[in-house]
Write a protein that binds this ligand. Sequence first.
Ligand code: SAM
Length: 259
Amino acid sequence: MSQTPVIDADQSSFKECYRGRQSWLHHAAYLRMGKVLLALALCRRAGVSLADKDILDYGFGAGTFFRYCPPDSRLFGVEIDPLNVEAVRAMLQERGGGGADLRVIEIESWDTHALLDRPYDVILCSHVLEHLPDPVTFLKKMRECLTPSGVFLGLVPLNERIMDPHHVQRLDREKIHAFNEAAGLRVRTYLEADPWLYWFQPLFTRESGLVHKIAQAVSIALGLPATLLGAEAWFAVSKIYAAVSRSRPTQAAFLSVRA
Ligand SMILES: C[S@@+](CC[C@H](N)C(=O)[O-])C[C@H]1O[C@@H](n2cnc3c(N)ncnc32)[C@H](O)[C@@H]1O
């Protein structure tokens, strides 16, 4: 049992929300691709290659990021739903990436997990920090899991117009820097991007009903062009959209190293 439980207990909806969602169309949804493209853009901006690296995706969700990792990278990941972990493993095996080491993690004992007892070149933590009551304790543990030249990639939501009911942190640039500093990390690259869901964001706080269906349609309508265009072109178009629609950035992405 963890001495310092840093994960809010009420994350139980993530136990089932990824089940049966491994089709190409599911992976193209903007709720997934918007994050993956930003993570890839962050790496490019920071001059970090994912090739031939040991990569841990902590809280990998449906595993979409893994699909964009180079074939010679070695993939590791933890998630909380055993059925989802199995489905993502099968998806990667089908794509020829059978070597991924994906394991179930239990929230109550997260910090003693076997995959957190070894170093990684790259750790991705996409849209997880905002779920944690104590992100600093979590980041300290992630720091311990970095190789000396390893990098931590963090993605978090910004400017939520209605706070997602699963989020326990409202993050901004100052907090991100403060959390990293307190954890012994230094933010080397920081980006704010992705205006697309700014006005639509309240739709995404609902988990069922008509509004939820509309949110899913929006996610597909944006995700398809984003997937087809790729990170560079998508973020170029995004700048024009942000100016025209007066949208604020909905995500921050940062790359941290040991201080
Ligand atoms: C909003 S989702 C993000 C999923 C994925 N990284 C993405 O960007 O789409 C947050 C994820 O964190 C996972 N999570 C929350 N607490 C966790 C914990 N203690 N250990 C592992 N995963 C956790 C949840 O299961 C959930 O899938």
